[in-house]
Design a protein around this ligand. Structure first.
Ligand code: MN
Length: 304
């Protein structure tokens, strides 16, 4: 008997079609509600379903991209990757990663146009996705929006911590891969020295957007968005908030630039619904997700 890899949430994302496996030449939404290494405040495990719930109640039209989810290319909701609760977070993380590997199987992510939009979970959940895309695209550009550099080699004794996620991905970087970060405002002296040396931190929103605009149209882009990129005044519902963050309109400028580029995958992580009892953070995050889905849309052909 084959082990189950996914479970269906109570509600799928509004306007998404259900699917039990990744669909070719399409955008595939998947939840990965793992929060085992979160160090400060947990709660991200229920974020994928919280986003799906809110999605039913917000407008499907984006005035920023002038696109409507009801009218754009169909996308698919695979439900949530099964995450165990063995009491050993490292084992649960590895087991969930293995489920993603089984789901992705031998699919040719580049040739078959397999696009994923992953809803976390904490930031460590990006690891199996980013590494798979690095493997598939030798010229992948990784865009990292976050309050934190996430470049520690380990955190609290754990190498796959959400504070080490970008470092773990860099282990898989080839000569053609690029990393550009923006929004970072917290890290160790060593992390800042590394970012300066490798020039991975954009100096301003203008510089970040100009970098995207300067990429060749076919260049494959993966966007990893930790929601603590936004200021906690706007989005308090994250585990490790940092003052001095960005606003929603900065993100609008970024998706407006991405809209005309070749985004192959994205993830949205670190929403923690229990931290913000007003529910406003869930709504904010869901609007961010809507913009991202629409930024994948392509007018011509079936490719999203
Ligand atoms: Mn962060």
């Amino acid at each position: 008997m084959t082990e189950a890899l996914l479970h269906l949430p109570k509600r799928l994302y509004r306007t998404a079609r259900p699917a039990l496996q990744p669909q070719l030449h399409s955008l595939n939404m998947i939840g990965f509600g793992f929060d085992g290494t979160a160090c400060f405040r947990k709660g991200t495990a229920i974020a994928p379903d919280a986003i799906r719930m809110v999605a039913s109640d917000i407008e499907s039209y984006s005035p920023y991209l002038e696109l409507d989810l009801e009218e754009t290319t169909p996308f698919y909701d695979l439900g949530n990757l099964i995450v165990g609760q063995s009491g050993d977070p490292h084992q649960d993380f590895l087991a969930a990663n293995a489920r993603f590997s089984a789901l992705a199987g031998s699919l040719d992510f580049a040739g078959d146009g397999i696009k994923f939009l992953t809803l976390g979970g904490e930031h460590s959940i990006s690891y199996p996705f980013i590494t798979r895309y690095l493997q598939a695209f030798p010229d992948l550009v990784l865009l990292h929006l976050d309050a934190h550099a996430d470049l520690r080699d380990e955190y609290q004794g754990y190498h796959y911590s959400h504070a080490s996620i970008i470092r773990r991905c860099l282990d898989h970087f080839g000569p053609g891969h690029q990393l550009l970060q923006f929004g970072i405002r917290s890290g160790t002296k060593d992390e800042y020295a590394w970012m300066r040396e490798h020039q991975t931190l954009a100096s301003s929103l203008d510089a970040f957007v100009a970098f995207i605009e300067g990429l060749p149209a076919r260049c494959p882009i993966y966007l990893t968005l930790d929601l603590d990129y936004f200021d906690p005044a706007f989005l308090p519902g994250t585990g490790t908030p940092e003052p001095g963050g960005q606003d929603f309109f900065s993100f609008v400028r970024i998706v407006q630039a991405l809209r005309h580029k070749n985004m192959v995958a994205a993830d949205v992580v670190e929403l923690s619904p229990p931290v913000d009892a007003t529910g406003n953070s869930d709504v904010f995050a869901t609007k961010v997700v809507r913009e991202l889905i629409l930024a994948f849309h392509r007018e011509s052909g079936n490719d999203q």
